[in-house]
Design a protein around this ligand. Structure first.
Ligand code: NAD
Ligand code: TYD
Length: 349
């Protein structure tokens, strides 16, 4: 059966990797990418696949009720991979309402369009919602998040993602909408907007700007290569059980300060700068409000049920990621002009 797969947020970081993977893997499926092209969405990231016959891009805002309904009808959508979101914690602290609008109302709007257009004929349909481990809150030194961890979000971003996850489950319980959810840890790789830690640090090293570390830098994140995430999404879209949640992680925990020092060393090496040059740019700044201490994921369910495992060799994959940013300064310059500068001066006063 041909799938008509609606990908939301396909011009963003993870979305662009998912779109590229699916158009190449499934030439007999149609991939319809909708994206509002906010500051975080960039069609430059998809130039290599834009002419493929099984790919269509439509500029659309997921909160636009009528337009979203018309897209479901026009393209006879059978599957949804929902990635579109406001995704940056610091922005959610400055402007929480736009997170509620896109992440909560936008998700409700998509669920409702699927319910209306698919009517009660849910056979061979699937609505796959991409979420984050941040909905689970913050860990101490021990333990890991899993599918049964209670929700306890702390930032407006994670609270809006938690709300959207609840709506997805409510549509499963109430209407039987065929849904599946995954909650993933921090991704790294090419095409990530340089407001997030890794590309921000690389960009500041290149331009010799201070590298801001929130607080002491002892917060811990689990880092997953974006291509491993895209492969997990592909698998869950095809084989994930309806009504289920899957946790996805890299089994790769790093303290922020240690990761930033490693990025400094690798970037200096790639730029031919003296070892230790960039470490002097590190500056400890005021901590993020409500800063979660530690995230870690137990991905056993995904490994056992769908035979998925992260393949990354960190720090080799990190080095290749840094090299991508160094090789693609046009892309970096395009996304860091204008609006980025305004956000940067607001967030790092
Ligand atoms: P991103 O910010 O890079 O991209 C988001 C995309 O959504 C952009 O292309 C943007 O233009 C689009 N968008 C925003 N508002 C929209 C709207 N109203 N209508 C249509 N499109 C809109 O985000 P990302 O890092 O690629 O994250 C994608 C998804 O994965 C998000 O749902 C996020 O919560 C989740 N996630 C991200 C990470 C991570 O480490 N980046 C980890 C786990 C989960
Ligand atoms: P980020 O990439 O924003 O992802 P998230 O907050 O979703 O985990 O940040 C990763 C970690 O790096 C987080 O603990 C906050 C920290 N951080 C800094 O110390 N300085 C920065 O300038 C940024 C953007 C993040």
């Amino acid at each position: 059966m041909q799938r008509n797969i609606l990908i939301t947020g396909g011009a963003g970081f993870i979305g662009s990797h998912v779109v590229r993977r699916l158009v190449h893997q499934y030439p007999n499926d149609q991939i319809i990418n909708i994206d509002a092209l906010t500051y975080a969405g960039n069609l430059m990231s998809l130039q290599d696949i834009q002419m493929l016959p099984n790919y269509t891009f439509v500029k659309a805002d997921i909160t636009d009720e009528q337009f979203i309904l018309s897209i479901f009808e026009k393209y006879q959508i059978t599957h949804v991979v929902h990635l579109a979101a406001e995704s940056h914690v610091d922005r959610s602290i400055h402007d929480p309402l736009s997170f509620v609008k896109t992440n909560v109302i936008g998700t409700a709007n998509l669920l409702n369009a699927a319910r209306i257009v698919w009517k009660d004929n849910f056979g061979n349909k699937k609505f796959y919602h991409i979420s984050t481990d941040e909905v689970f809150g913050s860990l101490g030194e021990q333990g890991m998040f899993s599918e049964s961890t209670p929700y306890n979000p702390h930032s407006p971003y994670s609270a809006s993602k938690a709300s959207s996850d609840h709506l997805v489950r409510a549509y499963f319980d109430t209407y039987g909408l065929p849904v599946v959810i995954s909650n993933c840890s921090n991704n790294y790789g090419s095409h990530q907007f340089p407001e997030k830690l890794i590309p921000l640090v690389v960009n500041n090293i290149v331009t010799r700007k201070n590298i801001p570390i929130y607080g002491a830098g002892n917060n811990v994140r689990d880092w997953l290569w974006v291509e491993d995430h895209a492969r997990a999404i592909d698998l869950i879209l095809s084989e994930g059980k309806l009504g289920e949640t899957y946790c996805i992680g890299g089994n790769n925990e790093w303290k922020n300060i240690d990761l930033v020092k490693l990025i400094c060393t690798l970037t200096d090496e790639l730029l031919g700068r003296e070892n230790g040059d960039s470490i002097s740019l590190i500056q400890h700044v005021t901590d993020r409000l409500g800063h979660d201490q530690r995230y870690a994921i137990d991905a056993t369910k995904l490994e056992n049920e769908l035979a998925w495992k992260p393949t990354q060799d960190f720090p080799q994959a990190l080095k290749e990621t840094i090299q991508w940013y160094l090789n693609n300064q046009d892309w970096v310059n395009a996304v860091t002009s204008g609006e980025y500068q305004k956000f940067y001066s607001l967030n790092y006063k």
